[in-house]
Design a binder for this molecule. Structure first.
Ligand SMILES: [Zn+2]
Length: 192
């Protein structure tokens, strides 16, 4: 048991746990719905397939929810049927929403929407990330979440590594040229 605890601690990103049922309160989130309404037809985010989908947007009193703490996307659960017929349920942490700048709100909702997928048979399904975030969301909004910032840092490290490697390659190439020139000189001299 202690070994297991240790391993969990060394993880880079600790995913927040969804709130226990009944521990939190929910309310309708028209602000989120309006942001989603702007994002769904927006080119470059690959969300246009959601135009005809019914999504219920709720706020939760939970401080953290879903894969990034900001929002959770679920297939519309049977227990929520009395609220209406929907394909997906998106629940946003009200505290996160209230404290987020505009860009993070847009990115958080774009991320939540990116989890909504329609299968080839037309069934609502939940899409998995194509990296720590969704590539198209990150392309539009940058590293907006903690997980995204970690990935960005790692990518910068890769870039730094690539730059360092390129410098070494350039130096080796210069040295090689110098050696060739030196040898050529030597041969020239020998020929003279
Ligand atoms: Zn996610």
């Amino acid at each position: 048991m202690p070994a297991k605890k240790k391993r969990a601690k060394s993880k880079i990103v600790e995913l927040p746990k969804p709130p226990a049922d009944g521990a939190t309160r929910h309310a309708k989130a028209p602000e989120v719905e309006s942001v989603a309404g702007e994002l769904i037809p927006s080119p470059g985010l690959a969300l246009t397939h959601l135009r005809d989908q019914k999504i219920l947007y709720l706020f939760t009193t939970a401080k953290q929810i879903g894969c990034n703490g900001f929002a959770a996307t679920r297939l519309f659960p049977a227990w929520a049927r009395p609220l209406g017929r929907f394909d997906f349920l998106i629940v946003v942490s009200k505290i996160q929403w209230d404290n987020a700048p505009e860009r993070v709100r847009l990115a958080g909702v774009a991320h939540a929407l990116s989890h909504c997928e329609i299968s080839d048979r037309g069934a609502a399904t939940i899409a998995h990330h194509d990296y720590e975030d969704f590539g198209l969301v990150a392309k539009r909004f940058g590293a907006w979440s903690e997980g995204g910032r970690i990935v960005a840092k790692q990518l910068r490290l890769l870039d730094d590594g690539r730059d360092a490697f390129a410098k070494i390659e350039q130096r080796l190439a210069r040295e090689e040229l110098a050696t060739e020139a030196h040898n050529a000189n030597g041969e020239q001299k020998a020929a003279d």
